[in-house]
Ligand binder design. Structure first.
Ligand SMILES: Cc1cc2nc3c(=O)[nH]c(=O)nc-3n(C[C@H](O)[C@H](O)[C@H](O)COP(=O)(O)OP(=O)(O)OC[C@H]3O[C@@H](n4cnc5c(N)ncnc54)[C@H](O)[C@@H]3O)c2cc1C
Length: 398
């Protein structure tokens, strides 16, 4: 029987391993970390938003330019298939108010535990502490374990992840090796990330870690309602992650861009002006603002920190303009953009320049917002690539 080497024991690699083992292949999974799926476990800390319940057309649109590429894979292993797969591993899922889907336990660890047990029953062998460094002159896979080790496989699946949270394993160290083989790779950049803001020391010391809730963010015509978090380095949180692709692209092309924040989207400028026209009496400005507008202390101080004092107060509240020039570092981003350019792959996810080598997951050049789209795509690619490997052996008659 053919042997398949999968490098990277994240959700993509493990899903490919399960699917190939079910097709009867001998599967070995290698990872340089001491235990598998560390990023998947980290995703569980936020509740593990595993997929989304929206109709498939709008689901696919979340992949932007990569929507067409994703179509066959998401169609092959759909969000509904994902829910069934979780349930079969003993983890029922539910649809949250936003349409996002989570396991009822809100964790990854029980799901991963039953999954690893299933993989072991399917005779999938997982080899931790194997750092892949490329191929030797005989075309064998080279690992540092820490001794040098060479392994021959009939097909290889690279599932090495992107470059966010490198301490969990995906550190982008594969880029140089693939570039040596003339594989075109778009630079790995932070996605679903925060952006740096140069806060004053006093503002940072008082408000880092405080959310700004029920606000509206606007960037180049795109509008997001939600909340953000003031952090030591700048702005983080769901609403800014949702705009991060747009903001990052604007910074890449124009060096800087402006984010506009409406701190009181439920009130019009006129309504705010009316409220602020009341006599202030003996109240401090802060107390007056709090009483009249119900803004939180963090929002009021954010206004003092960033508002344009030449404008009337009501207008400042509706339009706080933040200049942004830099995403927060990739090591704290939820995911990364960039990776192996999609034109390098054939329709079975095999590298056109390297027959028998396939690639899946976050190491490919696509990105998506948070909402379960990252894991769904990664899982779908894991299932899909198994068919690709199988077809490769059958059609190439190897
Ligand atoms: C904090 C956080 C929360 C998240 N929450 C969600 C969420 O709720 N929903 C969602 O959809 N997505 C979420 N994500 C994103 C999601 O976890 C990733 O998109 C997903 O894990 C990517 O899977 P992957 O298999 O492609 O890569 P990874 O999970 O990154 O796995 C790659 C594996 O390859 C190994 N590896 C890398 N290089 C080598 C090498 N040279 N040799 C050997 N092994 C190597 C790594 O150790 C790693 O185990 C979150 C991410 C983070 C950081």
């Amino acid at each position: 029987m053919k042997t398949i080497a999968i490098i990277g024991a994240g959700p993509g690699g493990l899903m490919a391993a399960e699917s190939l083992a079910r097709l009867g292949y001998t599967v070995d999974v290698y990872d340089h970390k001491p235990s598998p799926a560390r990023k998947f476990l980290m995703a569980g800390r936020g509740g593990l938003n595993i997929t989304h319940s929206e109709p498939i057309d709008s689901f696919l649109q979340k992949y932007g330019e990569a929507a067409e590429f994703m179509h066959p894979m998401i169609g092959y292993f759909t969000p509904q298939n994902m829910r069934i797969w979780c349930a079969e591993l003993g983890e029922e899922t539910f649809i949250g108010t936003s349409g996002r889907i989570f396991p009822k336990s809100f964790k990854s660890s029980p799901l991963l535990r039953s999954w690893l047990e299933r993989l072991s029953n399917l005779n999938v062998r997982i080899h931790p502490r194997h750092h892949w460094t490329g191929w030797n002159e005989k075309g064998e896979l080279a690992f540092t374990t820490p001794e040098q080790k060479f392994i021959k496989a009939d097909a290889t699946i690279l599932a090495l992840g992107g470059a966010s949270w490198p301490k969990l394993g995906s550190d982008g160290s594969w880029v140089n090796e693939l570039e040596k083989h003339n594989i075109e790779i778009a630079p790995l950049r932070p996605a679903n990330c925060g952006f740096c803001v140069n806060w004053s020391d006093i503002f940072k010391s008082k408000f880092a870690g405080t959310p700004l809730k029920s606000i509206t963010l606007t960037h180049e015509g795109k509008l997001i309602n939600g909340e953000i978090m003031i952090s030591e380095k700048g702005l983080e949180g769901g609403a800014i992650y949702a705009l991060s692709k747009s903001i990052r692209t604007a910074i890449e092309t124009k060096a800087s861009t402006t984010l506009t924040i409406d701190l009181k989207p439920d009130l019009t400028i006129k309504q705010l002006e009316e409220k602020l026209s009341h006599p202030r009496g003996r109240d401090t400005q802060t107390n007056f603002l709090r009483k009249q507008t119900n803004l939180s202390p963090a929002a009021i101080n954010f206004l003092y920190e960033c508002g344009d004092k030449t404008k009337p107060l009501a207008q400042q509240i509706k339009q706080v303009q933040i200049p942004l020039t830099q995403p927060c570092p990739i090591d704290r981003a939820i995911s990364s953009a960039g990776g192996i350019k999609l034109h390098e792959l054939d329709k079975n996810l095999m590298l056109k320049k390297m027959p028998s080598v396939f690639a899946i997951g976050e190491m490919l050049d696509w990105e998506a917002p948070t909402g379960g789209y990252l894991l769904q795509a990664t899982f779908s690619m894991g299932v899909f690539v198994a068919q690709g490997v199988d077809k490769y052996f059958k059609t190439a008659n190897i």
